[in-house]
Design a protein around this ligand. Structure first.
Ligand code: DI6
Ligand code: FE
Length: 400
């Protein structure tokens, strides 16, 4: 195949070491065949079969798995700069939401934006992430809150993955907010569940999410959505314990959720439930930062119980207008106390797991050759600098 290639002279953070850490290989080589890693290891150990492959020297640069942003809302209409001002004038996120701002205002803008415009706007956001070495992006619906607009968002998400060399994983988030003029229970039964059925019928949903919070849906309502997801054979995940603890994490774990996201208010028992279920804790420091939250996720409990931690942008127009996954890594370290190696695992190995993907997130034989080549010496540099993008090149499916 034309893309077959041997990359040599690299410092490789494989992220594949079962014991954690970077899994560093000095003077490493990566042989890529048919878009997958055929061999990775120290160049001196290169197997005979790879000697004749076309070579390219990476000149000592650091190579990591390409990054994965496992939680975004990057398809959305409009922006909420005015709300940003309101919060700076003293209003809380909940007050803004109750005053008709928040998620519901983006719902109006998303309904009013036609599919082409929505697509063009989202494509720019995808390009910004690709420029940081991202190869997989999760994209949620949830700003439609009617059947037609939820489907429009998911169609746009799918088109993004056709337009660019990037894998888009879609998530149906109909249970994101209660639309104006409806009761939560009626919304779930009359809009959210039929929208989920329709999205599934069109092949538009890879997973199902919800927002379990005092300002959104309670555990009973989320359970109804998850029951339907289960009936359709779709995996679930949940925005839970972001602003308070109302039991969303335990509920999600009881459904074997791929991930539980935000989790600032999660406690020891929640961490235990996640460990038992094998759910990933997706940490979203951009929202924590934007909302001036003070309660940090229970990182020590996650570590102690072996709950894998992922890190994502939560890119959305309200609580996390952040278009940089590298910045999310920096914030996860500075605000939540992750080590740079945990932050990198959070945007590679554990982010893949949060999406239920077994073929990426580490550099190992048989995995997709989605790689990021960086102009840095030490992998900790990826988390350490603020607002600096040291990407040299991204390799997607073996193609530079
Ligand atoms: N939690 C969040 O951080 C985003 N959605 C959610 O359920 C916020 C979305 C927004 O503010 O528009
Ligand atoms: Fe979110």
């Amino acid at each position: 195949m034309p893309g077959d290639q041997l990359f040599i002279n690299a410092r490789i953070a494989t992220m594949a070491d079962a014991a954690g850490g970077y899994g560093l290989i000095e003077g490493g080589a990566i042989a890529v065949r048919d878009g997958a890693v055929e061999w990775v290891g120290p160049g001196v150990d290169l197997p005979e079969a790879c000697h004749e492959m076309p070579r390219r020297s990476l000149e000592g640069r650091l190579v990591t798995p390409a990054l994965i942003d496992c939680h975004t809302h990057l398809v959305h209409g409009g922006h909420r700069a005015r709300e940003f001002e309101m919060r700076l004038e003293g209003a809380s996120y909940e007050e803004v939401a109750r005053a008709g701002g928040g998620i519901v205002s983006t719902v109006g803008a998303t309904r009013d934006t036609d599919e082409e415009q929505l697509y063009a706007q989202a494509l720019r956001r995808v390009d910004a992430l690709i420029a940081e070495g991202v190869a997989v992006i999760e994209v949620k619906s949830g700003y439609g809150l009617d059947i037609e607009t939820e489907l429009k968002m998911l169609r746009v998400a799918r088109r993004l993955g056709e337009a660019r060399p990037v894998r888009i994983v879609t998530t149906f988030l109909g249970a994101h907010a209660v639309p104006k003029g409806m009761e939560a229970d009626a919304y779930i039964d009359e809009v959210c569940l039929p929208a989920l059925e329709a999205a599934h019928a069109e092949g538009l949903a890879d997973a199902v999410d919800g927002f379990c919070e005092g300002i959104a849906f309670d555990t009973g309502q989320i359970a109804r959505v998850f029951d339907r997801a289960r009936a359709l054979g779709l995996p679930v995940k949940l925005h839970a314990e972001q602003l308070s603890n109302i039991g969303g994490t335990k509920l999600a774990a009881s459904y074997g959720a791929l991930s539980v996201d935000h989790v600032e208010y999660a406690d020891e028992a929640d961490a235990a439930a996640m460990a038992e279920a094998g759910s990933v804790a997706v940490l979203l420091p951009g929202a924590f930062y934007t909302l001036h939250e003070t309660r940090k996720p229970p990182v020590d409990a996650f570590r102690a119980r072996g709950v894998p931690m992922a890190v994502a942008t939560d890119w959305n127009p309200g609580s996390s207008p952040m278009g940089s996954l590298l910045l999310a890594m920096n914030m996860a370290c500075t605000l939540f106390g992750l080590t740079p190696s945990e932050a990198l695992a959070g945007t590679t190995r554990n982010a893949a797991r949060a999406l239920g993907l077994g073929d990426c997130g580490v550099i190992a034989r048989g995995k997709r050759a989605d790689l990021a080549v960086w102009d840095v010496e030490d992998p900790a540099e990826l988390s350490y600098r603020i607002g600096v993008n040291p990407l040299h090149a991204r390799i997607y499916g073996g193609v530079l």
